[in-house]
Design a binder for this molecule. Sequence first.
Ligand code: A2P
Length: 222
Amino acid sequence: PSLEKDLLPLYFGWFLAKRDEDSLRKTSHEFLEQLGNLKAFKKRLQAYGYEDKHKLDLLKHFAKTPNILHCTSKFCDYGKAAGSEEYSRQEVVKKSYSKGYTLHITSLFATPRTVGARVELTEEQLLLWPLDAEREVMPKDTFPRGSRAHLTLGTAAEVQDVQTGIDLLEFIKIQQAGRDGESLGELTGSVAGKVSYFDNGMWMVNLARKIEVKSIFSGYYG
Ligand code: A2P
């Protein structure tokens, strides 16, 4: 046996190709601009810590954006996170490393904490999804595998990126309880779709046309 141990990354995931990353950042701006201009949104600013009379600039509210847009599959913390070695040793992980994948974005969402894109994983992509990814952050609930798959597009100051997936599961939990949110308008253009409001400043647009982005499955070691 070799004395050298494989280096484990901070996380494994799908990293967007540059062109699609640039275009998704623009889409995210478009989403926040249109959402922020909705009458229904302006009437419900309290959850974001603003009084009605103030104008909340969502682009400024989400002060932090990730350096590289990506969909995390497994957070390893360089090997410190539970299950990271087992994950990286899987044949499917090794064989998929540096392969290209198309990610399908079905909705965009914003909460007072995070803005993100929900990713619908294909059967093939689900093979790279850890069995306990949902349970890890919401141990008391059950979710279909892959429910947490997302791209963090931005976070409010002081909020960690990991919050985006937790916020997404919060939306799905409400939907699982049979509530589909209050239908409060529509967005147009590249972010066309119905807007639903889920209380506590939680907004989601179900995209009329899914957004497809090219990505590469890899590890981030930075
Ligand atoms: P996300 O996947 O929601 O964007 P950080 O910079 O905080 O170390 O995180 C690096 C990446 O790993 C981010 O993409 C982040 O969130 C994700 N991440 C951080 N902690 C966890 C965790 N406990 N479980 C899953 N993903 C995590």
